[in-house]
Design a protein around this ligand. Structure first.
Ligand SMILES: [Ca+2]
Ligand SMILES: [Ca+2]
Length: 303
C-alpha cells in the first residue's frame, strides 16, 4: 500500500509536469524501471503472501482438525464417563432397590408379626374383659352377700346384746334366789358350811371341828330335802358304822333312826364301806351311800 501511494504520487507529478516530460525522459525511464521492479517485487511479495496464507490455512486446518479430534476424544471420554456413571448409577439403583426390597420384606414380616401380635392382644383383652366382667359380677354378688351378712351380724349382735341383758338379769335373779334360799336354809337347819376342798371323811370332820362345828346330822325329811337342794356335789355327812359294822351312828353318838338310802344301800361293798356320802345328783330324798372312808369328798358342816 505504501508503494502504491508512492507510485500514484509519481504519476501525478508526471502529469503535472507534461512539458517537462522530455526533460525528464530519463527520469521516466528510471521511474518505469523502478515501477517494473516494484511490480516484480510486489508480485514476489504477493507470491510470498499467498504462500504464507496457504501455510496459515493449512496450519489452521490442521489446528481445526486437531481441535475437532480433541473435541471428538473429549466427547468420547465424556460419553464413556457418562456410561460409567450410568452403569454405577444403575448398580447403585439395583443395590438400593435390593436393599429396599430386603427392608420391605423385613417390614412386611414385622408388620405381619405385629398384626398377629395385635390379634392375640385383642383376643387377650377380650378374654380379660370377659373375666373382669365375671369377677365384677362375682364381686357385686359378694358385696351383696357381705351387706346381708353385716345386716345379719348386726341383728345377731342386737339379739346377743338383748340375750346378754336377759342373761345378766337372770343371773342377778339367780343370785338373789340363791341368797334367799341360803337364808331360808339357815333359818331351817341352822348355819351350814360347805367345804371347797375334797378330803377323807376323818379330815372333813376335823375341818368342821376346826370351825366350831361338826359334820351335818340329818334327822328329818325336811332337812334332807333342804340340804339336797342346797348342795350340788357329793358330800360327806356325819354318819358312820366305823365303830361297829352295821351300827350306823351320828357324830353326836346318837343312833340312826331314819335313813335316806339309795336302793340296795348300805351294802358295805368289799367290807370297806363305813362312811356315808350324800349324792344330790340323783334325787333329793333317797341319795345316801356307804363308801370307803378314805375316798375324797367335799363336806357339809353344821356350825
Ligand atoms: Ca360298813
Ligand atoms: Ca355302798
Amino acid at each position: 500500500m505504501e508503494l502504491e501511494g508512492i507510485y500514484k504520487s509519481a504519476d501525478s507529478e508526471t502529469c503535472s509536469k507534461g512539458n517537462e516530460r522530455e526533460l525528464d525522459r530519463d527520469e521516466d525511464i528510471d521511474a518505469n524501471k523502478y515501477q517494473n521492479l516494484s511490480q516484480t517485487e510486489a508480485r514476489a511479495q504477493n507470491q510470498r503472501g499467498l504462500t504464507g496464507r496457504s501455510k496459515c490455512v493449512v496450519l489452521s486446518t490442521v489446528c481445526f482438525g486437531l481441535m475437532c479430534s480433541l473435541l471428538v476424544v473429549a466427547v468420547i471420554v465424556l460419553h464413556i464417563k457418562l456410561m460409567e456413571e450410568r452403569e454405577i448409577h444403575a448398580t447403585l439403583m439395583l443395590q438400593t432397590s435390593s436393599r429396599y426390597q430386603t427392608e420391605k420384606d423385613q417390614l412386611q414380616n414385622s408388620f405381619s408379626s405385629l398384626s398377629q401380635k395385635k390379634l392375640e392382644l385383642e383376643t387377650r383383652v377380650k378374654d380379660l374383659t370377659a373375666e373382669k366382667s365375671q369377677l365384677q359380677r362375682h364381686f357385686d354378688s359378694l358385696s351383696q352377700k357381705k351387706l346381708e351378712l353385716e345386716t345379719r351380724v348386726s341383728d345377731l349382735t342386737a339379739e346377743k346384746s338383748q340375750f346378754q341383758n336377759s342373761s345378766n338379769s337372770l343371773n342377778q335373779k339367780k343370785l338373789e334366789l340363791e341368797n334367799e334360799l341360803r337364808k331360808l336354809s339357815e333359818q331351817a337347819i341352822g348355819c351350814l358350811v360347805a367345804s371347797n376342798k375334797e378330803m377323807s371323811w376323818s379330815d372333813s370332820r376335823k375341818y368342821c371341828r376346826d370351825r366350831g362345828g361338826d359334820l351335818v346330822i340329818i334327822k328329818s325329811e325336811k332337812k334332807q330335802r333342804c340340804i339336797s337342794s342346797f348342795i350340788k356335789e357329793m358330800v360327806w355327812i356325819g354318819l358312820t358304822d366305823i365303830q361297829k359294822e352295821g351300827n350306823m351312828t351320828w357324830v353326836d353318838n346318837s343312833p340312826l333312826k331314819q335313813g335316806f338310802w339309795e336302793k340296795n344301800e348300805p351294802n358295805d361293798a368289799g367290807g370297806k364301806e363305813d362312811c356315808i356320802e350324800l349324792n344330790p345328783g340323783k334325787t333329793v330324798l333317797n341319795n345316801w351311800n356307804d363308801i370307803p372312808c378314805s375316798d375324797k369328798r367335799k363336806c357339809v358342816c353344821e356350825i
